[in-house]
Design a protein around this ligand. Structure first.
Ligand code: ADP
Length: 313
């Protein structure tokens, strides 16, 4: 039996209007399992914020469906919204609120009764208790980021979404933030994090989805994604131009990396390397040079996000 979904979207589509309409999400399907630490990776402009803003109720989808903790965002918008906390990318603040006031106002907006508020606990957890009465405009960037995490948690949502939480953040704060996020996760909160730092996703997330030009190009357990790193690439520089992959290479994952370069993906285990050399010999191609390229997560990411796309609205 599959674990229940924290977030489930089907055929989710968003086209921004205006003189040059932009199809930011092209009908994506995505399941984020309850209890997971999920990484949503993609280059700038891929559609990550659009996805999150639809879930947060800040952007209206064009079509498709989305549910959070089993609540459809159209049929049960209040329950859906109460089920997530979002830490936004931008550090947007009312300069004249103190951290204490900010969390109290937020709790009020979510209808959290006074007796159930966790303002003190949250401020202590993000190490802002001694700043509880300071105007937010006097807080450093790192403190503001921590305050936004606390703000996203006032209604104790089962799902916490962090949108590029460590962009422009120093290493010390990054570590502090991740320690706390790991703690929350260990206590049962489902975490969704968007980032374009691959190592961050690799280190923290049990599942990674890669989104590019509004499509989900891969979604798999991090270990499975990393297993692809067992592959390497053999680069063959040729004497003459090719306009297609030679038939001898049909059984390999091969591509033309320029007219005179054949790139063949092989497993480091097995005897693929020998097989590629045999295929080269059988093909009769004139070889000028041969080199290899070890794959890392960065390469996998590039391979998946380099695929041709159709940007038409
Ligand atoms: P990401 O968060 O992955 O960087 P976004 O979701 O912000 O990507 O953007 C996806 C695409 O939609 C981009 O091409 C962006 O320019 C476009 N876009 C985002 N917001 C708007 C908007 N309000 N109006 C028009 N186009 C938008």
């Amino acid at each position: 039996m599959t674990a229940p979904s924290a977030i489930c979207v089907r055929s989710l589509e968003k086209t921004y209007g205006g003189p040059a309409p932009k199809r930011a999400l092209k009908g994506i399907d995505l399941d984020i399992t309850q209890g997971s630490m999920f990484g949503l990776l993609g280059p700038n402009g891929a559609g990550k914020s659009t996805f999150i803003n639809i879930l947060a109720g800040l952007v209206n989808k064009t079509s498709g469906s989305a549910s959070i903790w089993g609540f459809d965002i159209d049929a049960h918008p209040r329950n859906a919204r109460a089920s997530i906390g979002v830490v936004p990318q931008e550090l947007v603040f009312d300069a004249f609120f103190t951290p204490w006031e900010m969390l109290e106002v937020q709790a009020g907006m979510y209808g959290v009764p006074k007796a159930e508020r966790r303002t003190e606990e949250l401020l202590r957890v993000v190490q802002l208790w001694d700043k509880r009465d300071a105007y937010s405009r006097t807080l450093s960037g790192g403190m503001k980021r921590r305050l936004l995490v606390a703000k996203a948690l006032v209604h104790t949502p089962p799902v916490l979404i962090l949108d590029e939480p460590t962009a422009g953040v120093d290493i010390e704060l990054r570590q502090l933030l991740w320690t706390y996020v790991r703690e929350l996760h260990a206590r049962g909160t489902t975490i969704v994090l968007t980032t374009h730092y691959l190592e961050e996703a690799q280190e923290l997330c049990d599942t990674i989805a890669i989104i590019n030009h509004g499509d989900v190009v891969c979604c798999e357990p991090t270990t499975q994604l990393l297993a692809r790193i067992d592959e390497k690439e053999i680069l063959v520089d040729l004497e003459s131009d090719l306009d297609q992959i030679p038939a001898d290479f049909a059984r390999f994952r091969a591509r033309l990396d320029g007219p005179r370069r054949l790139a063949v993906q092989v497993s480091r285990k097995g005897n693929d390397v020998g097989a590629v050399l045999s295929a080269l010999s059988a093909s009769g191609l004139g070889v000028r040079d041969l080199s290899t390229n070890d794959t890392d997560l960065e390469d996998i990411f590039l391979q998946l996000t380099r695929a041709p796309h159709n940007d038409a609205a």
